[in-house]
Design a protein around this ligand. Sequence first.
Ligand SMILES: [Zn+2]
Length: 250
Amino acid sequence: MSSRIEKCNAFALRITNYSNTSQIINFFSDKFGHIDVIAKGSRSSKSKQQGLLQPMSNYEIIIYKKENSLSLLKEISLIESNLELFTELEKSAATYAAGEIYLQLMFEKNDYEKFYNLLQKYLSYLKKIRQNHILIFWRFLLRVLIFLGFPMNLEKCAICDETNHKKIYGISFSKNGLICKNCIQKNGSSNKFKCTKSGLEILFSLKNISAKIDSIKISKSAKKEINEIFKTYLTYHFHKNIYLKSFDIL
Ligand SMILES: [Zn+2]
């Protein structure tokens, strides 16, 4: 089987122990998108790589790249450790959730670098804020949706352009965003989600959260509601079940 030596920058999305001393890493890289790599002997005490591999940290890696099987890790050096993101529960969940999403989505070749940069930006922003990390996660998801080519319109009713918040019913998955009560009555829509008042308020605020991030209060039920909307939206557009387990613990 042919393999060639390649170098790239990559986030370790998931690390799984393999045999007694090795690990399998699902990386997301700037150059090749998803790559699955085996680090032989990386858990052995003699290995230079021992303890270096941490989920969601950013590395420069040199691999023997194989097309249809696991690539082989040759060298690895740390670009940025993201260990500090695992000091609090909500921050950890927001960090893992981004990895979870990337593990499940497929990206176009031309977009690899864009998605790599987006993840890097997102994680460094998470480090700076003290609370409501989940808001930054939702904003990150909105950007993911834009890059994927099906942005969620949160400004007005997708059918009639109604902007009055009080008249909005919720989200239509087939119309890619908000839908008003009037249009629901007139047209009906089978792929819809009825939002609560507090759920809608959060959705409206997502575009412009940086300034007020500390003052927004998010209830447990609103968290559940908005995660459900994103999960269903992605599932609808990707035609496959998307899960978001990281936030179930919160
Ligand atoms: Zn409408």
